[in-house]
Design a protein around this ligand. Structure first.
Ligand code: ADP
Length: 659
């Protein structure tokens, strides 16, 4: 316990010693809060584009730096206005007067001419700037390895941007035959021209013609370009800034490019950041802001205590290969040749960097696709509208049909009430008449009353038929199926109509294979079917004829046949007789009367029973109606009781049979 305490004391002491001793070994870069004055010298005038980008990068780094006392003074050499010995010596005097010894901590020359003017001052013992640390950038002659004239001078070596620019251009199009180098009258311009000339013939083909077009004035440039021989495959390499000859006003980069294009419309490439915002094809660009930032990083070392001699010059940041999306297509450049590492500018997120022909195919596909989509939407809308209309029409029809059905059913019901009153009154009158003394008069009145009775039944039959057929058509008639002995049901009807048949001297026979066939039927409705078929048979069979009923069963079917020896039905009419209101003879002079509804009701009732009815007939020989009903039993318990009295039903059905 004691021992461990001792050790921890020792470690603690060691740590304190280390913390005091280490900063002495490696002097910590503590930012000074002393003012630090930077004199930036720019070869051009205020606003000259590339230099402005450099100063912007430098100033932003200063803003972000922790020492707020870094002061920047900027002086413009503006050599393009004047550039002779007298002017330069006056400029130096002016600087010395403005910034006496001790007021400037560091000089930064942004580009060529400024460096040329200032570095001799650093070397000159007489100068106010003697031995003041100088940082340079943008000096074309200072490439990597070039000896620096003083240890107080350091900076950013230029990379061989022109070589990279030519690489870039020839990768995009190696069939170029003529290069027009358009540049200003400056060291930069001169360098550009010299390098292009040298590099082309060293690294590329000898047959590429190079035209040098150098002037500060756009008018000269345009004239020289227009005078060039037309070549199908030439380009412009553009660098520098230009002015109007008469006004001296400097052109905006856009204006420069548009005037050059109007003189010679060929792809323009550049290594000048100024032209990035214009419709040139692209180029290899030294990003000014990056240069400014790099110089500041080196200057920061100085501010933080590293002596200038210990800050080695370094290479400028790598230039970027940049292509302008819109211009590539304007000049029909094959996008497959564009170097992979290129940055594509002016490309919207939905645009694709693909060859023009692929783009055209894609466009066709898009147009076809869109057209198909529009047509589909149009057809769908049309279909939707049509089906909506059809649904509406159907609904209207259904509504209308319902109204009609309800009206007919109501009307027939309304008819039934007075008919029933008439029938009751008739029956009373008949009873009264029975007590009458005068036999002759009684007979006359009785005959008339029978007549009224029969016609009232006919009205009732018509009314019943209309109600039932309307209900069947509207699906309002439901079956009440029970197990009945169908032989008994059918035979009972036969028995009931015998008297009517005899009045027409028609012989009726009913025959069956079995006495009892139990089958699930709606008894009332099957009675109506048999009655209807028998009334037709009596109606259409002449005197002395015969009606034969026959019933049999097999495993699946119960078959009822009603055969007569009547007038028969023409073969071409056989399929029509089950239609509503259909009558073979519908002339006003026809012998038999009826509404043409009966067989339609018969067919509907049999269909409701899942059965079938068909007819066989021969003209003048007779007809046979064959009913097939499924031979099945119902689970439903039949209500006890015997066959109901069907006398009225028979009278009603037979009302239009016997005259
Ligand atoms: P109607 O009330 O006119 O008898 P139906 O629907 O019962 O109506 O019969 C339709 C038509 O079928 C009849 O008008 C008649 O022309 C023909 N028809 C029906 N049954 C027979 C039959 N047994 N013999 C000849 N024709 C018949």
């Amino acid at each position: 316990m004691i021992k461990s305490n001792h050790i921890s004391h020792k470690i603690f002491l060691l740590l304190i010693l280390l913390s005091l001793w280490l900063p002495a070994l490696y002097p910590q870069a503590v930012p000074t809060s002393e003012p630090f004055n930077v004199l930036i010298v720019n070869s051009y005038h205020m606003g000259h584009k590339w230099e402005t980008h450099v100063m912007e990068g430098f100033a932003r780094s200063v803003e972000n730096y922790k020492n707020p006392n870094v002061n920047i003074k900027v002086e413009y050499l503006d050599f393009r206005n004047r550039n002779d010995a007298e002017y330069l010596s006056t400029f130096k005097q002016l600087l010395e007067a403005k910034y006496p010894k001790g007021t400037i901590d560091v000089i930064y020359t942004i580009d060529d001419e400024a460096y040329e003017v200032l570095y001799p001052e650093v070397l000159n013992e007489e100068s106010a700037f003697h031995n003041i640390p100088l940082f340079f950038s943008g000096v074309n002659q200072l490439e990597e390895g070039t000896p620096i004239p003083s240890p107080s001078i350091t900076g950013i070596y230029q990379r061989d941007v022109t070589l990279q620019l030519l690489h870039f251009i020839f990768e995009i199009d190696d069939t170029i035959t003529q290069i027009n180098v358009v540049t200003e009258n400056s060291n930069y311009g001169l360098d550009l021209i010299t390098q292009v000339k040298e590099l082309i013939h060293t690294y590329w083909r000898d047959d590429v013609a190079i035209n040098l077009i150098q002037s500060d004035y756009i008018e000269d440039i345009q004239a020289q370009l227009a005078a060039l021989p037309a070549d199908t495959n030439d380009i412009v390499i553009l660098g520098g800034e230009f002015q109007h000859r008469h006004t001296g006003i400097f052109l905006e980069p856009h204006e420069t490019v548009s005037l050059i294009t109007s003189a010679k419309n060929v792809p323009i490439y550049s290594n000048d950041q100024t032209y990035l915002t214009t419709p040139i094809v692209g180029g290899c660009i030294d990003i000014g802001q990056e240069q400014g930032r790099s110089v500041f990083l080196m200057m920061q070392m100085l501010m933080e205590g590293t002596p200038i001699e210990a800050i080695p010059s370094r290479l400028s940041p790598n230039p970027r290969w940049i292509v302008n999306y819109t211009s590539i297509y304007d000049h029909d450049i094959n996008v497959l040749n564009i170097p992979q590492q290129s940055i594509v500018i002016n490309k919207k997120f939905y645009q694709l960097l693909i060859p023009t022909h692929v783009k055209n195919i894609l466009r066709i596909f898009i147009v076809i696709g869109l057209s198909a989509l529009i047509i589909t939407i149009f057809l769908m809308c049309k279909h939707f509208r049509a089906s909506k209309k059809a649904r509406q029409e159907l609904q209207n029809k259904v509504n209308h049909e319902k109204l009609r059905t309800d009206f007919i059913i109501n009307l027939s019901h309304e008819l039934r009430t007075p008919i029933n009153v008439i029938l009751t009154a008739l029956s009373l009158l008949k009873n009264e008449l029975a007590a009458h003394q005068d036999l002759t008069r009684r007979k006359i009145i009785d005959t008339q009353l029978d007549n009224i009775n029969k016609n009232t039944y006919r009205l009732l039959k018509l009314s019943n038929n209309i109600v039932d057929s309307t209900k069947l058509e509207a699906g309002k008639l439901t079956l009440n199926k029970e197990n009945w002995n169908i032989v008994e049901v059918v035979e009972d009807i036969f028995t009931c109509i015998v008297d009517f048949a005899h009045q027409k001297e028609i012989h009726v026979i009913f025959d069956t294979e079995e006495e009892e066939i139990l089958c699930a039927i709606d008894k009332e409705l099957i009675q109506r079917v048999i009655l209807n078929l028998l009334s037709n048979a009596i109606k259409f069979t002449p005197k002395g004829g015969q009606i034969h009923g026959y019933i049999r069963q097999d495993m699946e079917t119960v078959t009822i046949e009603i055969t007569d020896t009547g007038i028969g039905i023409p073969e071409d009419k056989l399929s029509h007789i089950f239609y509503r209101f259909y009558q073979i003879d519908n002339s006003l002079t026809r012998v038999n009367e009826g509404s043409g509804i009966g067989l339609c009701i018969v067919k509907d009732i049999i269909t409701l029973h899942d059965g079938d009815i068909r007819v066989e007939s021969q003209l003048e020989k007779g007809s046979r109606f064959i009913i097939s009903l499924p031979n099945i039993l119902s689970d439903k318990e039949r209500q006890k009781g015997y066959l109901s009295c069907i006398e009225t039903a028979v009278n009603v059905e037979m009302s239009d049979v016997i005259k």
